[in-house]
Ligand binder design. Structure first.
Ligand code: SF4
Length: 352
């Protein structure tokens, strides 16, 4: 693996080749931190030490007619998640304000389902207008499934900046994870939102039984589509879904995948998304050397690390939140780290 050549290519804003991307995914364990350092040079060249915070607002949960195999909200899933129809405007306002108070740059308004009705689009457009009036500097991304041209234009006119619809996996793997719509349906939808002037956000879920070649296929397809941001999710195998119990990813594998995405999309926002905590585990903060964006706090139907812990992780690793004044590094704030005392009678127990 010629990391130096790959890094030079990426620093020039160009993608490495599919063959090189495969080599990255096959990087031996003992070379992964070197790979991260190379991807980190690229990340820092284009994004410095900034981390963009994104915040999910789950407007409607569960009750979907599609059968995406990874999804806890799919048709007939017995995943025990919270199900509700549209959140009330006041609740949306409350949730959004909480996120903004923590420094989030982008609010992602998400609703489960195949796609919104015109009435539902109007409802979301109204929410977006409200957010943009109060906080013009905040980016708003909508994620409502399949939309028509008119609906996409309505969201754009209301102030939405971006639209997310993940391709999730390679075209050659798509039929294995979903039968109610096709890969082309998703890519067509991305073209529709692009046509309406929305910034396209689309990414992956790794760990769904795809091969390394298929991961490479998917990430090059996203480059071809010209997406502006690439969320990389790691499968959370919810009970009650066809992928229940499928845990194939290890922390170093996740770092290889993120590094590969960075070297194919050098100057694009790359986000460590759902599954970050469970799959990167103690290497979460190392991933910040590769990605320039994360979700703050919880995900749609699963809990993330607390927002406080996310903020501490960013500061401890020497990164700053995008959109906030960089502060000189203060080091670890010991005053805020609670000392957990061991209970009486345990003092002589081995310190494991
Ligand atoms: S990913 Fe979206 S479309 Fe697919 S089942 Fe889940 S909510 Fe429905």
């Amino acid at each position: 693996m010629d990391l130096e050549t790959m890094t030079r290519t990426a620093l020039a804003g160009q993608s490495i080749t599919p063959e090189q991307a495969l080599e990255v995914l096959q990087c031996p364990d003992e070379e992964v931190l070197g790979l991260v350092a190379a991807a980190g040079r690229v990340r820092r060249h284009f994004f410095g030490n900034r981390v963009k915070l994104n915040y999910l607002v789950n407007l409607k949960s569960g009750i979907c007619a599609e059968d995406c195999g990874y999804c806890s909200q799919r048709l007939g899933a017995n995943s025990g998640i919270l199900k509700y129809t549209w959140l009330k405007d006041e609740k949306v306002h409350e949730v959004v304000e909480a996120g903004l108070a923590s420094g989030v740059k982008r609010v992602c308004m998400v609703a489960s389902g195949t796609g919104p009705s015109n009435r539902e689009t109007d409802k979301v457009a109204g929410m977006i207008e409200g957010i943009k009036q109060a906080h013009p500097e905040v980016e708003v991304c909508a994620c409502l499934g399949f939309v028509t041209e008119e609906q996409a234009k309505k969201l754009r006119a209301a102030g939405a900046d971006a639209y997310n619809h993940n391709v999730n996996t390679a075209e050659s793997h798509y039929e294995d994870i979903c039968t109610t719509h096709t890969y082309a349906d998703r890519t067509d939808n991305i073209e529709t939102v692009k046509g309406a002037g929305l910034s396209p956000c689309s990414g992956l879920i790794a760990g769904m039984g795809e091969s390394s070649e298929q991961l490479v296929e998917a990430i090059f397809a996203l480059r071809e589509m010209g997406v502006d941001s690439v969320p990389v999710n790691f499968l959370l195998p919810f009970d009650g879904t066809p992928l229940e119990g499928q845990r194939t990813l290890q922390p170093l594998e996740c770092l290889r995948i993120l590094a590969m995405v960075r070297l194919v999309h050098p100057d694009t926002e790359v986000r460590a998304a759902a599954g970050r905590e469970q799959h990167l585990r103690s290497l979460q903060s190392v991933s910040l050397e590769v990605v320039n964006s994360i979700f703050l706090g919880d995900y749609l139907t699963s809990e993330g690390q607390s927002g406080q812990d996310d903020l501490r992780m960013i500061a401890d690793a020497g990164f700053v939140i995008e959109g906030q004044e960089p502060e000189p590094s203060k080091g670890l704030d010991h005053a805020q780290v609670p000392i957990r005392r061991r209970g009486a009678g345990t003092e002589l127990a081995p310190n494991v």
